[in-house]
Design a protein around this ligand. Sequence first.
Ligand code: BG6
Length: 490
Amino acid sequence: KETPSSLIMIFGATGDLAKRKLFPSLYHLYRKGRLGNNFAVIGTARRPWTHEELKENVKDSVLTSIGKSENIDEFVSHFYYQAHDVKNTESYIELKKLADKLDEQYSLNGNRIFYLAMAPEFFGTIAEHLKTDGLNDTKGFKRLVIEKPFGHDLESAKTLNAQIRKAFNEEEIYRIDHYLGKAMVQNIEVIRFANALFEPLWNNRYISNIQITSSEVLGVEERARYYETSGALRDMVQNHMLQMVALLAMEPPIKLSTDEIRSEKVRVFRALRPIEGDHVKEYFVRGQYGSGQIDGKDVPAYRNELNVDPASNTETFVAGKLMIDNFRWAGVPFYIRTGKRMETKSTKIVIQFKDIPMNLYYNTDHQLAPNLLVIHIQPEEGITLHLNAKKSGQHMETTPVKLNFSNTSTHGINTPEAYEKLLDDCLRGDATNFAHWDEVALSWNFVDKISEVWENKTQTEFPNYASGTMGPKASDQLLEKDGFFWWPVT
Ligand code: BG6
């Protein structure tokens, strides 16, 4: 699609996300010619910065994150700053004046993207003001990009959605899930639907279980105020983990359009077996990190982190078994686990195939290993297929072999970052890799039933895993009960 002209208004322009992700991504797009010349960026936040201060910050962020900055002055000449009070109509009127002026100056055709990269409690207020104060009343396209968390549970998500729907149509709302911008998450569909090899096996006749791990080494860092009210279930499972499950489990869409793909994903969420009440403990495990060692250095327990309640019951780890009750997946567990302060930073998906009906190679001293397809989401990007082949020598002995494809080494360092892809999609009006309201609602509905049980049961045995490990024992037992184990991701 051709490069559109657009005004990009970033709420929260002095914040961390803008600095770490949005400015460098916009710069990349600019350098690749994906932004064109007809664009302007208005940064806004509470602080009384000048245009110059914003420009300096953008330069700094580009230099820090990319290490070089060709054409940077030309790039930042498109940036403007306007201090702003999210609750004050006057403030929006000032913003509108600037927006209208830039619209003329850069021939933007009234196209506007409003990017909310700030504290979620203001998402609804801002959206409402954008409408009542006339900022989205232009002849071009208007799009609202909204960061997570989208609500805290189903109820609050509904309230927020009702607020923003007063100002924007569903088609104009781009709910960010940055995992959907990751190259190898986008590759799940291609691996499945562009190969004759996998799709015929992609069901309960040939797959025994699927494991998705997203482990982090970092602790809660400076985000305890948010994290204490969220925990790993809301922070990672409701969005990123369930989105990956949907992409792995969905039926082939009849075509690759936004609506068709999203509606297939929604059907997965509808088929997710609800886990509630007494069943929660059979299907889900929670954990919280204690002190331990990371890279040979001592790190504190979660309860001793800055701004964390010393008796906190917030989970920093979740493992769960999901069942998708439809024809394709009946009986196949999807195991997920995610946590902070684990052994390694890694996101991987392991698809374990069923054993072949009969093993002809019992004369070997080992059991035949099952076939695995491993999708490496990060830090490596690629796929590995685990097969059995003949060991060299006289005897008919088998040996495991791995077929490897590395995405990074093919595309090199130019593999765009998630945010760059998502911004590019939004500019071009492609909402496929953003979460539709139905997906958000169904995933909150699933997660709420689990948090309800956890929140009512105040007695926890936290901390229950040491920093630098792969989580509590109960997470291993969850698979052992079913005769499986977590395939190593390190
Ligand atoms: C965010 C969570 O959505 O994802 C963070 O709020 C988490 O807590 C992050 O650290 C992980 O993202 P990534 O891309 O580093 O795997």
